[in-house]
Design a binder for this molecule. Structure first.
Ligand SMILES: *[C@@H]1O[C@H](CO)[C@@H](O)[C@H](O)[C@H]1NC(C)=O
Length: 351
């Protein structure tokens, strides 16, 4: 995984920091499989760029309120995920990738208060990531926040932002009773099972505040994850990273240099984009106590090391209760729900 981390933007972000850790948590069966899926999907992106034109994505009309009756207008798919712009005034754009990328329209514009419902195939959909962009031009590019690359995404003149975005990631499982489930990209001889795996960790950092509501019967996951107070102004301005005290605030490389993201300690040490972060590998001696790759760092070493004393972890625990702030944190990192559970995600404007 580490090899891909150095590639630019989301195409290269395997969430190695997130990925390395939960795979060791044997009480979560299938976690390793999920992250292998993510890793393979990254390979997929690389080989797809600049691949042939994608097939027309299935799109469902925007909904004003309430979930669309199942199944959706799109044959063989239903609305299992929706994303709302919770800003009072501003537009947001949604970027995404999926294993069958690009599956949905890229850079989908959402006006203030608008919701988009995504038609997820009944056969399942592996390795998706959705993240919000803010302050974009009319085409949905050159955004102040979220222009961190990935399939179908352009980079501004200064280069892509480091992928510290607030994001929702999921592998959507196959609906029970579906005749031919999608192949599992990590084990092509196998099919996707009937479990969703999803993830909202902050092991890379954060950009916009958000809330996730889990709709349906999923006793193993929290009903609501409320990170609506996750403000950029709460990002530590001086964090002790062992080698130095450094700001975790990601500055706009043009204009006023305002804060447009918050690095996690690991991301600050390993994402060198824009000359604002450092280029250590996650397993280097400078970064490993903050990134916690296993090996060499065991879960116990990680959870008793310097990462837990950082202001970053304290801020996530305060403003985003119950959510992973680092590899091996307690709380919700990777969650699982029965396929057909619906995820209602709202992104708010930067604070
Ligand atoms: C960072 O600042 C703290 C508090 O001032 C200090 O104790 C610590 O030694 C500093 N760390 C480094 C690496 O300079």
């Amino acid at each position: 995984m580490v090899d891909y981390q150095r590639l630019e933007g989301n195409a290269g972000d395997t969430s190695a920091t997130a990925a390395a850790a939960p795979a060791e948590r044997s009480w979560l069966p299938g976690v390793g499989v999920f992250f292998v899926v993510v890793g393979i999907s990254v390979l997929g992106f690389i080989s797809l760029q600049p691949g042939p034109a994608p097939p027309a994505p299935p799109v469902i009309a925007q909904e004003e309120s309430g979930w669309k009756a199942e199944p959706s207008a799109v044959k063989g798919a239903r609305g299992r995920q929706r994303i709302t712009n919770g800003c009072a005034e501003d537009d947001l754009w949604l970027a995404h990738f999926a294993f069958q990328t690009p599956y949905f329209p890229q850079d989908l514009k959402l006006k203030s208060g608008a919701t988009h419902e995504f038609a997820i195939p009944d056969v399942g959909l592996a390795s998706t990531r959705f993240w919000p962009k803010w302050g974009c031009d009319v085409t949905g590019a050159n955004c102040k926040i979220g222009q961190s690359g990935g399939p179908g995404e352009s980079c501004p003149a200064a280069g892509c932002a480091p992928p510290v975005d607030s994001k929702f990631e999921a592998t959507f499982g196959c609906m029970p009773g579906t005749a031919e489930c999608a192949h599992n990209p990590s084990a092509p001889a196998e099919r996707l099972g009937s479990t969703d795996w999803w993830d909202i960790s902050h092991v890379d950092g954060w950009t916009l505040p958000y809330k996730v509501e889990v709709v349906g019967d999923c006793p193993m996951a929290p009903k609501t994850i409320d990170c609506s107070r996750l403000a950029l102004s709460s990002c530590p301005g001086a964090e002790d990273l062992g080698i130095a005290n450094m700001t975790l605030r990601l500055r706009d490389p043009v204009g006023s240099g305002e804060t447009i993201g918050c690095y996690s300690p690991c991301a600050k040490l390993t994402y060198s984009h824009w000359g604002q972060g450092l280029g250590f590998t996650p397993d280097s001696k400078e970064a490993r106590d903050f990134c916690c790759p296993t090996p060499p760092i065991s879960p116990a070493q990680c959870s008793s090391g310097p990462i837990i004393r950082t202001q970053f972890v304290a801020a996530v625990h305060l403003l985003c209760p119950g959510v992973y702030a680092y590899a091996y944190d307690d709380g919700t990192g990777l969650a699982q729900c029965p396929a057909g559970t619906r995820y209602d995600v709202t992104f708010y404007c930067p604070q």
